[in-house]
Design a binder for this molecule. Structure first.
Ligand code: ACO
Length: 370
């Protein structure tokens, strides 16, 4: 029995949800480039859950259920108000999602129909939780979700209390499409491990949020923005990056366990970053990012991942830095729940082995002799 560090290259399950083959990412067999160009996030969520794109009436039905489920219980709002000042946004989301289960009578109903319904509930409620948290911590009243608009539109509306610009809605919608699923990434694996014990879907999504929070996974998009702020201006990029690389420090937003020739999602976010920079008349973050990419790729051969250009995209949309990873969760909950449903449909407990490398043949030593 020998271990592979980080389970690199280990195939841990079969799945028909998303694939990464020869550097190409597909959701249910459809190339991510095609979906990024044409699909809305709601269509993608339906695709992930059901395995095929929705008809117009199926999409309308999904949208109306998302509308119905978007409000969150008043008790959750009251709980968020009790979170201490300075609460980490992902910790807040993890706690609130965990608490949601307490207010859902169907939380323990393990029928396939109930679990799909809970997937839609979670998808609908996560944006409301994140926006409510962001407002409450600023001393503002949460804005109730509105009906008849997309998740991207509603999120920006609930965050600011104002009607968002069409261009912002489109950019966020595309970012949500790009983040929706990614095969057996760390948070999805965490979700599958949790529900493979036949625990409930809320437990699975709570585990996933915890895994996404870390800076080696979803937390990297916030860490990229911290880096851009530390660098401050384009003139400082070269010295900053060279120094980090010389010190063998990681540059956030670069590298990937699976993609060695570049993340196919990054180019879409780069384009969006440039377009939003042009629209807002402020290309500084975009230009700094391009320069960082040139240096990191030139010196280390590492390419940007999905998180790198997300940072400048979300900043151009006026979104606070610590909400970047919660936005990732707003999108990825579609993939997490699709994987949870897939796990339930053909479940076996996930219980791998560990290679023991500790001492052997030890004896119990009475406490007075230690
Ligand atoms: N900056 C500098 N060097 C790097 C980076 C980086 N971002 N990523 C990898 N390397 C180097 C490592 O230092 C290591 O070098 P060495 O062999 O000389 O020791 C080598 O490349 C291999 O790196 P590992 O960390 O072993 O690669 P692994 O496959 O385990 O990690 C990971 C992949 C975690 C994504 C890594 O590239 C990383 O830490 N990147 C920065 C964080 C990040 O952007 N995470 C988001 C990933 S995408 C997502 O989850 C949504």
């Amino acid at each position: 029995m020998t271990a592979t560090k980080g389970l690199e290259g280990i195939v841990a399950t079969t799945s028909s949800i998303s694939s990464i083959i020869d550097g190409v990412l597909t959701y249910r067999g459809i190339n991510i480039d095609d979906l990024a160009a044409h699909a809305t996030f709601e269509e993608v969520a339906y695709l992930l859950w059901h395995g095929k794109l929705p008809t117009a009436s199926q999409l309308a039905e999904l949208r109306s259920r998302l509308d119905e489920y978007a409000p969150i219980p008043a008790e959750i709002i009251e709980q968020i108000k009790l979170y201490p000042d300075g609460t980490n946004a992902m910790a807040a989301l993890r706690s609130a999602v965990s608490a949601l289960a307490l207010y859902d009578e169907a939380a323990g109903d393990m029928s396939a129909e109930a679990n799909l319904d809970k997937a839609i509930k979670l998808q609908a409620k996560l944006p409301t939780i994140v926006a409510a948290f962001a407002r409450i911590r600023e001393g503002k009243a949460p804005v109730a979700p509105k009906k008849g608009v997309s998740i991207a539109h509603n999120f920006l509306y609930m965050l600011t209390g104002e009607e968002p610009k069409e261009v912002a809605v489109k950019a966020l919608d595309q970012a949500l499409v790009l983040h929706a699923d990614h095969e057996l990434n760390a948070s999805t694996f965490a979700a599958r491990v949790t529900v493979a014990t036949l625990s409930d879907i809320y437990s699975g999504v709570t585990s996933a949020i915890g895994a996404l929070k870390g800076p080696l996974h979803g937390g990297a998009n916030e860490a990229v923005m911290v880096m851009l702020e530390e660098i401050g201006s384009i003139d400082n990029v070269e010295a900053y990056i060279t120094n980090k690389l010389n010190n063998k420090e990681k540059i956030m937003g670069f590298g990937h366990r699976v993609y060695k020739n570049g993340d196919p999602r990054a180019k879409h976010l780069q384009k969006m970053s440039r377009e939003l920079g042009e629209l807002t008349g402020n290309l500084e973050l975009y230009e700094m990012s391009v320069k960082i990419e040139e240096l990191v790729t030139g010196q280390k051969g590492l390419k940007p991942n999905v998180d790198f250009y997300s940072a400048s995209v979300y900043t151009s949309l006026g979104i606070p830095r610590d909400l970047f990873t919660p936005i990732f969760a707003i999108s990825r909950v579609s993939g997490w729940t699709a994987h949870i449903l897939e796990q339930y449909s053909d479940n076996r407990l996930i219980r791998p082995r560990a290679e023991y490398v500790g001492p052997v043949n030890q004896r119990y030593v009475p406490i007075e002799q230690r």
